[in-house]
Design a protein around this ligand. Structure first.
Ligand SMILES: [Zn+2]
Length: 200
């Protein structure tokens, strides 16, 4: 099943909030951690990916647009510059029409998680890059939004994966310990980033 609806306001995620943030969120996180049965992990390590040398493919569609990418973005030991440019467009800041070079390790996270889930569906990308202005506007709307979001560094995205419920998607991704994983049950999406390993 695909999500094709336009979002009047993209759901917000507090993706990069650390434990210093508001107590209600901490409580909710604790409940989520308990539900996931995964415990808290936070380690400043570089994600490690399978180095089998096989080409890396990604399928992604931008919710609310006609933009998508379906192809190889890494092969023979190198990222494909043209593919990365196309992906940067799909993951752009929609509200300000700004494109930034995304951190390609984010695509490695998405690729690796899709492989683990044995999914050939396209990620439904709700939010990718956020300009500082967009993030500030979001933060003004919600105290849950971090002012130091990894979305601003092109290192994070919020998405759904058709055929997978958000809980299962988040749980599998968290078990892989590739970066940050946030489950947003109410809006049924998952935040993934290529920052330090952590979950909420
Ligand atoms: Zn996020």
């Amino acid at each position: 099943m695909r999500f094709n609806g336009r979002l009047p306001h993209a759901p917000l995620c507090p993706c990069c909030e650390q434990e210093r943030q508001a107590e209600p969120l901490l409580s909710r996180r604790s409940a989520l951690r308990g539900a996931l049965g995964l415990g808290l992990a936070c380690a400043a390590v570089t994600p490690v990916f399978a180095q089998d040398g096989a080409p890396r493919r990604l399928r992604a569609e931008r919710v609310g647009t006609e933009d998508s990418f379906d192809g190889i973005y890494w092969r023979d030991g190198a990222y494909d510059r043209d593919a990365l440019r196309q992906l940067d467009w799909v993951f752009r800041d929609l509200s300000r029409a700004e494109v930034t070079p995304m951190d390609p390790r984010l695509f490695d996270v998405l690729h690796t998680v899709a492989q683990r889930l044995e999914s050939t569906e396209s990620y439904q990308v709700i939010s990718g890059y956020r300009s500082p202005e967009t993030n500030a506007a979001n933060a003004a709307r919600s105290r849950r939004v971090s002012t130091v979001s990894l979305h601003m560094s092109g290192m994070a995205c919020d998405s759904r994966l058709p055929g997978r419920d958000a809980y299962g998607f988040a749980r599998q991704a968290a078990q892989m310990q590739l970066g940050g994983v946030g489950l947003y049950r109410r809006d049924s999406f998952v935040h993934l980033d290529c920052g330090p390993v952590r979950r909420w």
